[in-house]
Design a protein around this ligand. Sequence first.
Ligand SMILES: Nc1ncnc2c1ncn2[C@@H]1O[C@H](COP(=O)(O)OP(=O)(O)OP(=O)(O)O)[C@@H](O)[C@H]1O
Length: 139
Amino acid sequence: MATNRTFTMIKPDAVQDNHIGGILQMIEAGGFRIVALKKVQLTPERAGQFYEVHKERPFYQDLVKYMSSGPIVAAILEKDNAVADFRTLIGATNPANAEEGTIRKKYAKSIEANAVHGSDSDENAQIEGDFYFPANEQF
Ligand SMILES: Nc1ncnc2c1ncn2[C@@H]1O[C@H](COP(=O)(O)OP(=O)(O)OP(=O)(O)O)[C@@H](O)[C@H]1O
């Protein structure tokens, strides 16, 4: 059964261009509840860990450099069927193929600087959420 949580990041280009508010508004309007939220800057090492699954892809080095180039916003989102519904809300990886009404259609600049990340499975949503929001975090 699908769980009701997913994980997202607002990527450096969208944070830099002042779109945090616009994107969070689309997320909430899409029926998602923000259950955790944090703005951080990744080191290249941490960005490399996050995208470890893409290590063999030709764009990996550029992706790590880009994702550590400025602050990002990480969030855990809640909704029925969260993973699939959020992938629909963000649209295609390449904004040229993203449908009207999607976050990437509105805010993505390129296939790399594509404004947001969304987990692709329940398992990865859990792993990625734990990466930014460890259970034992103290304030
Ligand atoms: N051909 C490419 N050239 C440059 N960067 C790319 C390319 N393909 C993917 N990327 C970057 O790597 C990220 C991860 O790629 P993936 O194929 O998992 O896409 P995605 O699942 O739509 O994106 P995300 O995992 O960020 O939600 C993309 O969001 C994008 O920033």
